[in-house]
Design a protein around this ligand. Structure first.
Ligand code: SF4
Length: 393
């Protein structure tokens, strides 16, 4: 059966003018399905209003196989319709229109990548209250090395790769990920909690793993630190002893001569203690202090209040003015929130995130289901096709 609203496409005035010299799509659908070697059982009505589902290849297939010839010119009415059928993997679906709304929103369609953030695993010794991945010690998702290699083979000219998680050191093939990244990008940086699970116990990053990572070409390790005391940091990580182990990891990184930075998110006391964390970072020898916003995704959705205290933005502006002696980096969202209009060279870079199941997301900080690619690289979907579904900020 055809979906009950299928004739709605033909009754759209714009559509009607497009098809004015030919029978309407609704009366032609059986013919076009036959031409495409499809039967009506391939036509299913789905309510899937999820951004990112639109696929250029599906459009091309639909135009080639399913539209009457008179509708195949550019500016066809169906482009302006709210919904239209698309052919995906041999199945014709009724889909909400995506591309035109994206185009008119002023966002850029992603065609290539400059920088890639990779979620190696959802496993992490910590369970931060704001974690976008919902990571924790019980999680067992690990990105397949072959999926990552496949992604890199299709992304020539990457400037940066960020190996993230969860805790990337928890991936059994972590060093192979570093080596592969090193061959594909100019810079390889690791985002870490600064902790491991060793024989069932929380521990700092082992000396030998720090040395091996540096030996494999890691340029810098960015460690998450949310407070200048155990009370504040452990409250965010929901893990007793995490502050002590993370600080020990920072001490080891310094002694091993591995450059490291601090990732700070204003969760503890809604950012009131940021400057004391900055001081601690400087004392411990960090080269960089990166302030990120809390996004309403993952576990952060459960937080009662995501907004930092108003005085926090004064501190952000003070840091940005350069008084700390550290290299201060603010996420683009943090700059917007703090009213800082100055841009950075990275703003023009095309960034995406690959999750541990092989799905892509635009940018680094938009790990939300509605932005996710429709298919996973692990399914064999070409990277260019998945990128075309994403929009950069
Ligand atoms: S350290 Fe990072 S990955 Fe681990 S739980 Fe915290 S936010 Fe999530």
């Amino acid at each position: 059966m055809l979906p009950s609203n299928f004739s709605g496409l033909a009754s759209n005035p714009t559509q009607a003018s497009c098809c004015s010299t030919s029978p309407t799509i609704s009366t032609n659908i059986s013919t076009t399905l036959q031409r495409a070697a499809l039967s009506e059982r391939h036509l299913e009505h789905v309510s899937l209003p999820r951004p990112g589902w639109w696929c250029g290849t599906a459009e091309a297939m639909f135009v080639r196989h399913c539209l009457p010839p008179s509708c195949r010119h550019s500016g066809s009415g169906y482009r302006d319709d709210q919904c239209f059928p698309v052919l995906v993997c041999g199945v014709l679906r009724w889909e909400p229109r995506r591309l035109s709304s994206r185009a008119t929103s002023g966002r850029r369609i992603m065609t290539h990548l400059d920088t890639l953030c990779v979620e190696l695993t959802a496993r992490c010794p910590l369970q931060c209250t704001h974690c976008s991945v919902g990571a924790g010690p019980e999680r067992r998702e690990f990105l397949a090395l072959a999926t990552f290699a496949d992604c890199l083979a299709q992304s020539p000219g990457l400037a940066e790769i960020f190996l993230s998680g969860g805790e990337p050191f928890e991936h059994p093939n972590f060093l192979e990920f570093v080596s592969l990244s090193k061959r594909s990008a100019r810079s390889v940086v690791v985002y870490s909690s600064g902790t491991r699970i060793e024989r069932g116990q929380l521990a700092p990053l082992p000396w030998e793993q720090i040395a091996a990572a540096a030996g494999a070409g890691v340029e810098r390790i960015d460690v998450s630190l949310y407070g200048s005391s155990a009370i504040h940091h452990d409250a965010v990580t929901q893990t007793h002893g995490s502050f002590e182990h993370t600080v020990e990891t920072l001490r080891r990184l310094r002694l091993a001569g591995v450059p490291f930075g601090i990732h700070y998110v204003p969760v503890a006391d809604r950012g009131a203690g940021m400057l004391s964390v900055t001081n601690l970072a400087r004392v411990l020898g960090a080269s960089r202090f990166h302030v990120l916003s809390v996004a309403p995704q993952g576990r952060a959705r459960r937080l009662p209040n995501l907004l930092p205290q108003p005085s926090f933005y004064d501190d952000v502006r003070e840091l940005w003015s350069g008084v700390s002696g550290l290299r201060v980096v603010l996420s683009s969202r943090m700059r917007r929130e703090a009213g800082i209009t100055e841009g950075t060279a990275r703003d023009s870079m095309r960034a995406a995130m690959l999750d541990s199941a092989g799905f892509l997301y635009p940018d680094e900080g938009r790990r939300q289901a509605e932005f996710r690619s429709s298919r996973s690289l692990a399914s064999g979907a070409p990277l260019a096709e998945l990128l075309s579904e994403l929009t950069a900020n």
